[in-house]
Design a protein around this ligand. Structure first.
Ligand code: AMP
Ligand code: ZN
Length: 433
C-alpha cells in the first residue's frame, strides 16, 4: 500500500495519543478567541481540564447559531494579521458563517485533501478538472489546492457551461474530476441527448460530494460516465472537503482522525449513541490555529461503520451521510428523510436523474407529492405502462416511508435544476398562514 503521509499509517493507539495531545492544544488555542474564552471560562474549563481524548465530553457543543452570533470574527484565536483566507458556509438564511485560516491552516488542509486524492489513486501525472464553484464555497479552492499539492495539472473549471466543461475534458484529456453528484448525472445525460457516449470520456476517477446522495446515484454516475466515483465529505466549519473520504474499498468514508475528533450523538439528548447506530456527527478540529472549533454539531446524520477496513487504514469510517437532522420532514406522523425517497426512486431504471418532493397543506391535510423525471427512452405514449410505473413507485415508496405519496411522472430535464447543491424538497406548507 502506498501512503501519502505517515498519519495515514497510524494505528488506533497512535491516533488516540495524538488526539489527546492535540485536543489539549486546541483548547489552549481556542480559549484565546472571544467566543471560547467566554464559554469555556464560564464553565471553568481550560487546557488543564484535558488529560486524554475522552475528556472531550467535558467540553460544550458549538452550534451553527454560535458561529452566526459571533459573525464575523468572534471565533478567531490569532491576531488578525496572521489570517490569510476567509470562507463561508452555504447556508442561505440569516447571517453567514465565516471561517478564517492562517497559512499553516491552509497548508494542513491542502495536505489532507491531497491525502484523500492520493488514496483513490490520483497522482501527479493526473490531469484534474475541478468542476466546483470557486469563491466562498470551499469545494473550489479547497480541492484546488489539494490537487496542486499532489502535483496534478489542475484546471479550475468552475461550474456551469456544460459545453465548455466537456470541451476541456476532451481536449486536455482530463483523467480525474471533482463534480457534484447531481451535476455529474446532468453532464452525462446531456451528452446522451446529443447522441454521444459519455463512457468514452477520458476521466477514470471522479470525486463526488458536497450534497447527500445514495449508493444508487453513485452507481449511476459510475456507469454513465464509465469511471470510479468516490464520496468526498466535508463542511466549511471543518475547513471544507478533506474531512472524510472513501478509499478504494468504497465502503464508508475514513474520517481523518489525526486532524479531527468525530463523535456520533443522539441529536436530542446530546449523549453518544451506541457504536454503529445512526446519530448526529459532531466534529472537533485538532490542527487548526486561526479558528479552532470544538464539538461542532454538524446536523449531518451518519453512523460509525464497525470493523476494520480492508485497506488497512485505522482511521474510523463513517457511513455515507444519510440525511441532515434539519432535512427530516413529518407527513401524517411519519418521519421521512429525502434520501429514503431517492433510494427508492433510483432503484427504478426508468427513473431519470432529477426529482422533487413537494409538501403541501390542503383541506387541512398534509400531502406529499413526488415529481419524478422519466428517462426520454422510457417516456412512452403508452398510458398503461406509465400508470404501472407510477403505481410501482408509489407502492415501493409506501413500503419505505409508510406514507403513500402522489407520484407525478414528468419528462426528463423538466424539473428546474439549481446551480450548486441540488434542492430536493419544497415545503410549501410553511407558506400557509
Ligand atoms: P458547506 O459547508 O456549505 O460546504 O456544506 C457542508 C454540508 O454539505 C455538510 O454539512 C453536508 O450536509 C453536505 N455534504 C458535504 N459533503 C457531503 C457528502 N459527501 N455527502 C452528503 N452530504 C455532504
Ligand atoms: Zn479503507
Amino acid at each position: 500500500m502506498e501512503y501519502y503521509d505517515i498519519a495515514e499509517t497510524w494505528d488506533r493507539k497512535a491516533i488516540a495519543r495524538a488526539q489527546g495531545i492535540r485536543l489539549k492544544n486546541t483548547v489552549a488555542q481556542a480559549i484565546k478567541s472571544p467566543h471560547y474564552s467566554k464559554v469555556l471560562g464560564e464553565a471553568g474549563l481550560n487546557a488543564d481540564s484535558i488529560g486524554s481524548v475522552d475528556d472531550i465530553r467535558k467540553l460544550p457543543f458549538t452550534y451553527k447559531e454560535d458561529l452566526r452570533k459571533a459573525y464575523p470574527f468572534g471565533f478567531i484565536s490569532v491576531p488578525q494579521q496572521e489570517l490569510v483566507r476567509l470562507h463561508a458556509s452555504s447556508g442561505t438564511t440569516g447571517s453567514p458563517v465565516v471561517i478564517c485560516h492562517t497559512q499553516d491552516d491552509l497548508d494542513t488542509w491542502a495536505d489532507l485533501m491531497a491525502r484523500c486524492m492520493h488514496m483513490v489513486g490520483i497522482r501527479k501525472t493526473d490531469i484534474f478538472q475541478n468542476i466546483a464553484a470557486y469563491g466562498l464555497f470551499t469545494g473550489g479552492l479547497g480541492i484546488h489546492y489539494g490537487a496542486e499539492r499532489l502535483g496534478c495539472l489542475t484546471i479550475p473549471a468552475g461550474t456551469g457551461n456544460t459545453r465548455r466543461q466537456l470541451m476541456i475534458i476532451r481536449d486536455a484529456k482530463v483523467t480525474a474530476l471533482h463534480i457534484i453528484p447531481s451535476y455529474a448525472l446532468y453532464l452525462g445525460n446531456s451528452l446522451m441527448d446529443e447522441g454521444a457516449d459519455p463512457r468514452s470520456l477520458p476521466p477514470r476517477i471522479a470525486l463526488i460530494g458536497a450534497e447527500p446522495h445514495t449508493e444508487e446515484v453513485r452507481q449511476r454516475i459510475e456507469y454513465l460516465l464509465g469511471l470510479k466515483a468516490y464520496n468526498s465529505y466535508g463542511l466549511s466549519e471543518m475547513n471544507g472537503p478533506g474531512v472524510a473520504f472513501e478509499c478504494l474499498a468504497q465502503n464508508g468514508l475514513h474520517i481523518w482522525e489525526d486532524a479531527y475528533i468525530p463523535e456520533i450523538i443522539d441529536p436530542e439528548s446530546g449523549e453518544p449513541v451506541p457504536d454503529g447506530e445512526v446519530g448526529e456527527l459532531v466534529m472537533t478540529t485538532l490542527t487548526r490555529r486561526g479558528m479552532p472549533i470544538i464539538r461542532y454539531r454538524t446536523r449531518d446524520l451518519t453512523r460509525f461503520l464497525p470493523g476494520e477496513c480492508i485497506c488497512g487504514r485505522a482511521h474510523r469510517r463513517m457511513d455515507r451521510i444519510l440525511g441532515r437532522v434539519d432535512d427530516m420532514f413529518i407527513i401524517k406522523g411519519c418521519n421521512i428523510y429525502p434520501m429514503q425517497v431517492e433510494h427508492v426512486l433510483m432503484s427504478f431504471p426508468e427513473v431519470g436523474e432529477n426529482y422533487l418532493i413537494i409538501l403541501e397543506h390542503k383541506d387541512s391535510m398534509d400531502n406529499m407529492r413526488v415529481q419524478v423525471e422519466v428517462r426520454s427512452e422510457y417516456f412512452v405514449e403508452d398510458m398503461r405502462a406509465l400508470t404501472a410505473l407510477q403505481r410501482g413507485i408509489a407502492g415501493r415508496l409506501r413500503d419505505e416511508i409508510m406514507v403513500t405519496p402522489k407520484v407525478e411522472l414528468v419528462q426528463q430535464n423538466s424539473i428546474p435544476r439549481t446551480e450548486g447543491k441540488a434542492k430536493r424538497v419544497e415545503d410549501r406548507r410553511k407558506l400557509v398562514p
